[in-house]
Write a protein that binds this ligand. Structure first.
Ligand code: FAD
Length: 345
């Protein structure tokens, strides 16, 4: 049957990078995106390429940095990290699992000199990580690369995998069957597997006259990505625009409702945010897996692979995950770490 070698469902960072690596590896590729490239979290995130604080994910992060350094096509990775300040009102235990991040405790006048945008009375751990990038730039650049390598990008209609006789044979788009030798599910939180669920985030965009130099996060993200619902302050500034976040909610929020709540919490940490006028608002869902790590590769149905479940780290890890999945489908020798293999569910 005529068709493509691989159909990829989902045009976020993971699907676009998978399509690019597959097409550049010689496969014929159909990338199907139901709305727009980067319509999901890959276009609405906080925009920082950052260390994932999980030893099982560090190789993905390091490799993704390399992919970003050579990506081009409208995407520029800052050469040096701006530094991450993990702020709190009371001292927190040292985040010393990764000494390469050079954790340094700062408070009082030293902290105010290091980051004048911060309120008084806070303490922080400074970590050598955090490269701010415009939220959608990476996914769009990979989509362009896929297109340049010959992939067909079909945007505007949902695609669904077709499984016949225990194996994937293609996708349906608007009722039409498109044959494919393999199908990759990269639909973010909408990836149709039980072990992935949405964790909704709202981000308010503001323009501050003197934005923070660092990426700043309130301590405590672990609890919120392990099931508790809530909100945690963060701010990332790229190209003059600051993304202030964020919520961690299992139900889709009314984003407008969250603007005052996010800014109210944020001004406890960066007082200038009390006066800030929202310039934009983004809401999207993180694709969270049952154990917080990506689900990659075969999932027990012949010719069907998955590339999803990156939770709060998809921008930072997505390109390397995509490369692993693409190499597996291209028949290259791939060592998929068991803690990332989709077959673990
Ligand atoms: C508020 C917030 C802030 C974040 N900040 C950061 C950050 O600073 N750094 C970081 O590393 N990560 C961050 N993340 C996480 C990161 O954004 C995600 O992990 C990542 O974007 C997920 O990429 P994805 O390609 O798997 O999914 P998505 O970006 O969700 O892409 C999936 C795509 O699939 C499409 N789709 C769904 N169903 C279908 C279908 N049936 N047919 C066709 N297309 C379909 C959707 O329209 C969507 O475009 C943040 C997330 C949130 C919510």
């Amino acid at each position: 049957m005529p068709g493509v070698d691989v159909a990829v469902i989902g045009g976020g960072i993971v699907g676009c990078a998978t399509a690019a690596f597959l097409a550049e590896g010689g496969a014929s590729v159909l990338l199907a995106e139901r709305e727009a490239i980067a319509a999901g979290a890959s276009g609405r995130n906080s925009g920082v390429v950052q260390h994932p604080f999980d030893a099982a994910l560090v190789d993905l992060y390091e490799e993704s940095l390399e992919h970003y350094r050579t990506l081009g096509r409208g995407f520029t990775l800052p050469e040096d990290p701006v530094g991450l300040l993990l702020v709190s009102e009371e001292p927190t235990p040292a985040p010393d699992e990764f000494p390469e991040l050079k954790p340094a405790f700062v408070g009082g006048a030293e902290l105010r000199a290091l980051e004048p945008a911060l309120a008084e009375g806070l303490v922080a751990w400074r970590l050598e990580t955090g490269r701010p990038v415009p939220p959608a730039a990476a996914a769009k650049a990979f989509a362009l690369r896929a297109h340049e390598a010959g992939a067909t990008l079909q945007v505007g209609q949902a695609a669904h995998p077709v499984v016949e006789g225990g194996r994937a044979t293609g996708v349906t788009i608007d009722g039409a069957h498109h044959a494919a030798g393999a199908v990759v599910l990269a639909a973010g939180p909408w990836t149709p597997v039980e072990s992935i669920s949405p964790l909704w985030g709202v981000v308010v965009e503001v323009e501050l006259p003197h934005p923070p130099r660092h990426t700043i996060e309130e301590s405590g993200i672990d609890a919120l990505t392990e099931g508790a619902s809530g909100t945690l302050f963060s701010i990332v500034t790229a190209q003059g625009l600051s993304s202030v976040g964020s919520t961690f909610l299992t139900e889709k929020p009314d984003a407008q409702d969250w603007i005052p709540r996010i800014l109210e919490r944020a001004k406890r940490f960066v007082p200038a945010l009390g006066e800030a006028k929202p310039r934009g608002l983004r809401a999207c869902a993180r694709p969270l897996s049952h154990d917080g790590r990506p689900l990659l590769g075969p999932i027990g149905i012949e010719n069907l692979a998955i590339a999803s479940g990156h939770g709060p780290w998809g921008v930072s890890l997505g390109p390397a995950s995509a490369r692993l999945v693409a190499d597996g489908l291209l028949g290259l020798d791939v060592e998929l770490p068991p803690e990332l293999a989709a077959s673990r569910v």
